[in-house]
Design a protein around this ligand. Structure first.
Ligand SMILES: Nc1ncnc2c1ncn2[C@@H]1O[C@H](COP(=O)(O)OP(=O)(O)O)[C@@H](O)[C@H]1O
Ligand SMILES: [Mg+2]
Length: 333
């Protein structure tokens, strides 16, 4: 029997009601029977276009949203059947880093006033003085020196890059086992992005947590996974279409959607283009959850689509430890 992973998502579905006042009411299925596993100290990069349900899935794994069906299992326990004490333990161990660091902190409090109370409340430190010392260590760890200077500042007096470091320090301050980084580096200037990923991975070596790294940018996901190791899960209109070891997904994407996205970020190599034709999107129309195509959700844009793709939903099938939802996956393996 394999060991229980840190977090297991089993066939979770989440729908939202949309429209209503000026537009007709509609239900969108933001997450459609998704299953996912994240091991201890493991990384999973969740990649997909804007609006495909990534943040919703991230929130479901954190217990910030309740699934309509399916379950979220943390350390072997269903989070929605946990008692209060257990749920508190789970919430402390599952943290989030948002896209916008400025909205994550109260603007009228200094960094110390924001970061110290959770440490004391969770008995990480006995008192305010100890909290100050602990936060000095944490801020030094994330490269903010001298730490005293930053602890006494208000958010408005810091740059985006500095704020994102503060948010990282806060996320690890309770030594969680799991962190969801939802577009955590997307708002940073391009020049700061890779450094922020490096820092996340350094903190992981130190604290040993698992990351769910959510991004719409396959390039940054690739950097994160090649440097930190881990899995890649490709999401399309609420479904996982391909998942597997990062290295292998990057080198040999199987699902046509992954193939196209990978080609778009790779440096053209004439030797490769001769052996394998470059697939292109058949339609440039951006997919919307309000109008999910029949059969394979990707079929209107897929260069290889055939009749079966319009009619039947492809199952997520296993190919040497890779999961792929494509009727013709064999052709691409
Ligand atoms: N709280 C909510 N209420 C209504 N609709 C929502 C809510 N959160 C997300 N959605 C909708 O669910 C879909 C997926 O959104 P989201 O998970 O944020 O996608 P992503 O993070 O991939 O951009 C979108 O159509 C979005 O409008
Ligand atoms: Mg999002």
């Amino acid at each position: 029997m394999s060991e229980e992973p840190l977090l297991r998502v089993v066939k979770v579905t989440k729908e939202f009601a949309k429209g209503g006042i000026f537009t007709p009411k509609k239900t969108v299925r933001a997450v459609d029977e998704v299953s996912l596993e994240i091991g201890r100290m493991e990384n999973v990069a969740l990649v997909g276009e804007s609006g495909c349900g990534k943040s919703t899935l991230g929130k479901l794994t954190l217990g910030l949203l309740k699934p309509d069906s399916g379950s979220v299992i943390f350390e072997g326990r269903d989070i929605w059947s946990m008692g209060k004490k257990e749920f508190t333990y789970f919430r402390r161990n599952a943290q989030i880093i948002h896209q916008d660091p400025y909205t994550s902190l109260n603007p009228v409090r200094t960094i110390f006033q924001s970061l110290a109370p959770p440490l004391i409340r969770n008995k990480e430190v006995p008192d305010s003085k100890a909290a100050y010392e602990r936060l000095k260590e944490l801020l030094t760890m994330v490269g903010l020196a001298p730490p005293e200077d930053f602890l006494n500042r208000y958010p408005a007096r810091m740059s985006g890059g500095q704020m994102q470091r503060i948010i990282l320090a806060r996320a690890v301050s309770l030594r969680p086992k799991y962190i969801v980084a939802d577009e955590a580096v997307s708002m940073l200037d391009a020049s700061l992005r890779l450094g922020a990923v490096d820092l996340m991975l350094e903190l992981q070596k130190r604290f040993g947590m698992s990351y769910l790294f959510i991004t719409h940018d396959l390039g940054i996901a690739r950097y994160f996974i090649l440097k930190g190791r881990g899995k890649i899960a490709m999401m399309y209109l609420g479904s996982i279409v391909e998942a597997g070891e990062g290295d292998s997904v990057i080198q040999k994407p199987i699902h046509p959607y992954t193939q196209i996205m990978m080609t778009a970020i790779s440096v053209p190599d004439p030797r490769l283009t001769r052996s394998r034709p470059i697939p292109k999107l058949r339609s440039l129309e951006v997919p919307r959850l309000e109008q999910v195509p029949s059969g394979c959700k990707f079929h209107p844009r897929c260069p290889y689509a055939e009749k079966i793709c319009e009619e039947h939903v492809p199952e997520l099938r296993e190919f040497d430890s890779r999961l792929v939802a494509c009727h013709f996956a064999e052709r691409f393996t």
